[in-house]
Every structure is written in structure tokens, then in C-alpha cells.
Design a protein. Sequence first.
Length: 86
Amino acid sequence: MHVRTTYWKWLVSVSLIMLLGYSVVRWWQRPQVKVHEVMSRGLVQTVVASGRISNQVRVDISSELTGLVQQRLVNNLGFAWCETES
């Protein structure tokens, strides 16, 4: 029985030493973290969006003209225009 308890003591001791060593190595090689100092400033919000803008209601604006055609002129190229009295 004496050999068996000695074996367990050694096994537990070696396991604890290995666990402690592993913990120390992990603590020593921990990842470096960049730290920024926080200061109070005004709130700035920037929005960048892409997409498509569509109108909800279509509105056509036009005007009506009434008048009397006094002359209808046509040039050599076939362009016509009218002269009206408003």
C-alpha cells in the first residue's frame, strides 16, 4: 500500500506542477491588446447607404395655353413653328 500512495502523491504533484506551469506560460504569452483612452466629445453620426429612391406619388405639372395662330412658318429644312397671340 505504501508504494501505491507514493505513486498517487507523485502523480498528483506532477499534474499540479504541469497545470501551474501551463497557466504561467498562458499568462505570460497572453495576447496583446491595444488600449485607447476614452474622451468625451460631441456625437458624430455618418450614414453610408446604397439603394434606389422611388417616389410614392407621381405628379405631372403642366400649363395650358390658349391663343390664336396668326402665322405658321416653315424653313427649308422642314422645321415648323407657330406665332401665336396670347
